[in-house]
Design a protein around this ligand. Structure first.
Ligand SMILES: [Mn+2]
Length: 292
């Protein structure tokens, strides 16, 4: 894991004390079932971030000046349960310091710990899961902390909204609220306002990169055809940052391939876009409808 600043930003923007944002890498790949390599995700993401322009054209901002502290990575991997506990503890520690906490995985099981920490810290939490897979199994291969179980706990303890889903086991229907599922095959219709309407004020976003179409995001553990694309995803994210109090987010399942760098760049740009939206729309709320 590199010891450099996030995106090569100057030291004065990278110190914990002054930074508004904390970025926690979790290079964990303990339970993945098919394509291995999500443990290499954070390094590939950080390397791509160093080669990215830091002026966001759309928001006309340089959000890194809010300060981004790159935390030491969470490397606990002795068991899936211990990893989830370590992520939970680390995330909670930075939330308590009133930072905007973001996490980069690693496989999706890391989100069990991140969501638990946010759910304990923010009232009446909505979790928006953008993912190809339902990830609702209560247990898989002997553990409740498998990537296939990433949002099972969230489905019981938070207001879960699932977007982009196109792969699941029939047993997962028992744990699914289909009124709050936006299937990939339905996303050509108007759907964003309906989804926003189902959200409580506090929103946490978990993005499994396999939600994206494999044509633009091939480097992921389990690519599924028929995924979402770049600008529609940005439109939905922007809407959430405008209308809701997005309290944090994680991005998971980058499985880098050294011959295919565009996925690393997509992840890097996605992360920076989300920060740009967060601070551009920071003081907005539902009453503040006017847009420039
Ligand atoms: Mn997932």
């Amino acid at each position: 894991m590199s010891k450099k600043n996030y995106a090569g930003i100057p030291d004065k923007y990278a110190r914990l004390d002054d930074a508004k944002v904390v970025l926690i890498p979790v290079p964990y790949d303990g339970t993945s079932t098919w394509g291995k390599g999500a443990d290499k995700g954070p390094d590939a993401f950080l390397e791509a971030s160093e080669n990215m322009e830091l002026f966001d054209i759309e928001t006309r901002t340089e959000v890194y000046k809010k300060g981004v502290y790159l935390a030491p990575p969470v490397t606990e991997n002795s068991s899936p349960e211990k990893m989830v506990e370590a992520v939970h503890k680390t995330v909670k520690n930075y939330i308590k310091q009133e930072k905007f906490v973001t996490i980069f995985g690693g496989e999706h099981s890391i989100s069990i710990g991140t969501i638990r920490a946010f759910n304990e810290s923010f009232e009446d939490l909505t979790v928006v899961q953008i993912d190809a897979h339902a990830d609702l199994r209560p247990e898989y291969e002997g553990t409740t902390c498998n990537h296939a179980c990433a949002v099972h706990e969230a489905s019981k303890k938070t207001n879960l909204i699932q977007v982009g889903i196109r792969s699941m086991d029939i047993s997962e229907l028992d744990h699914m609220d289909e009124n709050q599922v936006y299937w990939a095959h339905d996303l050509y219709e108007d759907w964003m306002d309906d989804a926003i309407g189902q959200m409580t004020p506090n929103v946490f976003i978990t993005i499994d990169l396999d939600a994206f179409d494999p044509s633009i995001m091939p480097s992921t553990g389990t690519p599924e055809p028929g995924g979402i694309f770049w600008y529609e995803t940005l439109e939905f994210l922007k809407l959430m940052f405008k209308k809701k109090n997005v309290v944090g987010f994680d991005i998971v399942e980058l499985n880098p391939n050294e011959n295919e760098k565009s996925s690393d760049f997509l992840a890097a740009k996605l992360y920076y876009k989300m920060l740009s939206y967060k601070f551009r729309y920071l003081n907005r709320n539902e009453e503040d409808e006017d847009d420039e």
